[in-house]
Design a protein around this ligand. Structure first.
Ligand code: AMP
Length: 361
């Protein structure tokens, strides 16, 4: 089976690393000459709106999937005429726009911060009067790794901020004084079968995910699964979906969903019986889903900007290096390490060991 992937970054690369043993082959459509997936399959170097090359992709593959959600809606609609596309155009339409996404949470009874659609500075001033400060202004589309958003704490932060974010449609959200951030990686097959990985605790630095630790028996696991199930059913979703939540006193508030494999699920490559990448491919290909059980304690540390000395990283016990083969650049995710251990105290020591290598890099 040949899988077409829109996007050729590290997520596409890890999809191919998981699918190759299943007998799958891959074609990646990505305009970047140095797309890091190209070592693992055919690279169709073209813009996402290039209809000739999209048609070529559709003719060559059995199905198409995505490694990022900001794909133009026309691209998805065009491909869907010729080849099965998972997740669906509708799932991408909702997940790529924070207004549609939060409105869906509200309709499904899933708690989420108060929010308002902002089309102008006048809208922003009115919404701040209702929602209050602090609040967070975010662009409706194209935001990632903390980009395209600003925390508003005082009236001075509000003035001129709509223009500062580019005068594009935005969303104002009430600020959530959360105690932690967790994500749930879910997978749903073509037949509707659904499985969940254990909730993951996430820590960010300057808006970029730094550390994910898979939980054991998190008290809100069932609640998170209930919220995610509502979304998966509503979207008749096929594939892996990541659901990010804020932890608040005794509950969860939905932050956002990503209709794809997710950075906070990278630990599953070695930390679970069947990784998020393999399960995504199983789901879209109509194959039986794999076990989402954790094997021992597990964590993931991102390498941002550069990868520490390889010999030192892999010398740490049960530490698994994933080097994306990308050029090093400040603020860019260029690799990660998965850590595994039988107990949490050992895991914490491994995390400290990798962190000290990052500090030296
Ligand atoms: P996002 O791109 O929406 O995932 O936001 C990036 C990060 O900003 C989140 O992981 C949170 O740490 C923080 N953040 C986003 N929205 C809010 C909010 N409404 N209240 C408090 N912190 C937020």
């Amino acid at each position: 089976m040949k899988i077409g992937v829109i996007g050729g970054g590290q997520l596409g690369r890890m999809l191919a690393l998981a699918g190759t043993p299943l007998g799958m082959t891959f074609a990646f459509l990505d305009p970047a000459p140095d797309a890091c997936s190209q070592a693992l399959g055919e690279h169709i170097r073209a813009d996402y709106g290039d209809l000739d090359h999209l048609r070529q992709l559709a003719d060559e593959v059995d199905l198409v999937t995505f490694e990022f959600e900001s794909v133009p809606a026309e691209t998805v609609a065009f491909l869907s005429q010729f080849v099965p596309v998972y997740p669906s155009a509708e799932a991408l339409r909702i997940a790529r726009d924070r207004w549609f996404e939060k409105s869906m949470f509200k309709d499904l009874g899933i708690p989420t911060p108060e929010f308002a659609d902002i089309q102008s500075q006048v809208d922003l001033d009115a919404a701040v009067a209702t929602i209050g400060l602090p609040a967070v202004l975010k662009t409706r589309t194209l935001g990632y790794d903390g980009k395209g958003q600003k925390v508003l704490r005082t009236a001075a932060d509000v003035a001129g901020t709509f223009a500062e974010l580019g005068s594009v449609p935005c969303l104002l959200e009430g600020f959530v004084p959360f105690s932690g951030e967790v994500s749930l990686i879910a997978v749903r097959g073509r037949d509707g079968e659904t499985r969940f990985y254990p909730l993951v605790h996430n820590s960010h630095e300057q808006g970029i995910l730094r550390l994910s630790i898979a939980s054991s028996q998190h008290p809100q696991q069932k609640l998170a699964e209930d919220y995610a199930s509502r979304v998966l059913k509503q979207l008749d979703y096929v594939g892996v979906l990541a659901f990010e939540f804020f932890e608040i006193d005794g509950g969860l508030k939905a932050n956002e969903i990503a209709p794809r494999v997710h950075n906070s699920g990278h630990w599953t490559i070695e930390g679970s019986e069947c990784s998020q990448f393999e399960n995504h491919l199983r789901a879209v290909a109509g194959l039986p889903l794999g076990s989402t059980k954790k094997v021992g304690e597990s964590a993931m540390l991102n390498f941002i900007g550069s990868v520490p000395a390889v010999d030192k990283v892999i010398a740490i016990d049960d530490c698994h290096l994933h080097h994306y083969g990308k050029a090093f650049k400040v603020g860019r995710k260029v690799g990660h390490a998965t850590l595994r251990s039988a107990d949490r105290a050992t895991l914490d020591r491994q995390i400290t060991a990798v962190e000290s290598l990052i500090d030296q890099a």
